[in-house]
Write a protein that binds this ligand. Sequence first.
Ligand SMILES: [Zn+2]
Length: 107
Amino acid sequence: MRKHCVDCEALSPATTTDYTLIGSRHAWRVTRTRSEAGETAFEWRCPACWQRYKDRKAEAPAATPSVAPRPPPKPSTPSGEQAAVMAGKLFDKARDALSKPRTKRPR
Ligand SMILES: [Zn+2]
């Protein structure tokens, strides 16, 4: 079965087996990759592209894990103390309203 070079799309020589293709006579190389879908795929490269591929890999610095900037801390929600104060104020208001003598509106 003939392969296509993933880089230059050259068609591999016709060989009886893949082993013949990666042998010293043809010197093609195959790498196993995993697609985003998690499927295993094979990438075939002709000798020339394999050489470039190797050079690229050698030059490329090791992938550094990208550090995501941390989101700023959330503004703190009213603390328990503040909530208590607010509740106390509401209570005072309600008490004042209840304790006030009812005044009849002048007609
Ligand atoms: Zn190629």
